[in-house]
Design a protein. Sequence first.
Length: 538
Amino acid sequence: MAYAERVPSAAGGYWRGRFKDPEGRYLTVRDEYGEVVRFGKKGDAKQAAEDRESDVRNGRWRDPAAGRITFAEWANEWYAGLDLAPSTMANIPWHLQLHLLPAFGTKALADIDAAMIAKWERAERAAGAMPASIRTWRGTLHTCLEDAVGTHIGVNPATRKRGRGKRSGRKSGNRGPEKVITDELGALLIAERMGILSGRDDEFVMVITAFWNALRLGELIGLEKAYARPQALRVEWQLHEVEGDLLRCSPKDESYGTLDQPPFLSRLLAAHIRDTRPQPCPCHGQAYVFRGMGRTRGPQGRVTLQDVAAVAGVSATVIAAVAGGKGRVGADTRAHVEKVIKAMGYERPAVPEGPAWHWRRSSFEELFTAAASGWFPPSSPLPRRPVPLAGDWPGTRVRGRNAQGRAEFCWLPVAEGLTPHGLRHSQKTWMEQARIHEVLSEDRLRHEIPGISGTYRHVTPAMRADLLQAMTRAWEAALDERREMSPQSPVAALAALLDERLEARKPKAVPRDSPGAAVPLQVPRSDRASELGRGGRI
């Protein structure tokens, strides 16, 4: 029961209010800064104590002293209690350390207000941060402070009131650039270029599979042989890269699904699996349909050649020469390096046989960018540069010293700015253009249609059949357009497909006097096919 208590002092004394907290302990009425409130009248102290007890009964009370915890202290406690996806757990510390703690780390939670957060946002924009990045960091701040409501603070100062201080069209300032997409011919050309750049069919099959199945990159890299079935492809897992490690985890938002495969895609995947014979990888123990390029990285935390070079005070070349037993190294230097190698436990990595077990996101995106735009992205110390090609169109990649000088031509862009995820947007757009029912197109992207509309609409076998027929027609039309550019391809898988289309389009033998005599089909050469059929000069 709340009551007023007299506290004697040299100045004549004062009254303080006493009340019970949710755990039954008697506490003293304090202000928002955690200081004891000194009342001049007994009635005022008793009324304030009764108000606090009313807040306790109604779940509105919080201890003012709890708000004096700093943001840094709370952030550490908050993060330790999280149990989220590995990628999210890896990203949050970067948001905190690089952007939130420098601005709010020393501030008490009770002192953080909307004005302080708005000032921080303006500073980030002035520093050149992208609006989308600032929204992501503010989202982390909002979630962190939201979990402190009720125990440390009364309200979340990071909550943005809808439409407050904004004019109409308030979202226009947060819009990013429009997503770049391509069509079925563009996807085919990019897939062919990927095969030319890599020197194998794997990447050609990867891009075709990604486009027609609207797969995310992690789902594509993590496609297991067991789920590439004859007439359907099951999306069950993805490989998500977190701090250099590839984690086998569920698809984004647990968007599992089974995708119907048109015959051409089933045959393409089956032939690829037959030729490559996927084997279980040492990192996950699963047989993956697609393997990467280059060497497989060693496990995280392993001592690298560069680590030893930094400690020994010599170049990495010297370390490699000593570890490999080749090259001329002075006796004293060799003895010093061998001592450092032994102390650090460095082991020379074995050269893996065959391609890397998995693609890395950055490596795949770099090759994809070159295929889509015709230019390699900048990679220190090299600037952005055209893909050097020689021979008959679409050409073969020129490699080695002075490749740019020895090149005969380069590619024109198919879709400048397209990303691997843009293939997913492209497939959705293609389905809209092909008049595929929304319920089926959203089902294929493994999205949920919200509201009553999603509850009462269902996918039927007839819808699925229509989709597969539309895919087949579009695929054959893309092959015909591609063959108009050139009847051959340096990518073996595509060359075989072009030959099949030639045979399929040959007229059947029918008597000349028959009214059903076949006439060779003339496919008009599109303006785009004509344009992309010409190579640019370097």
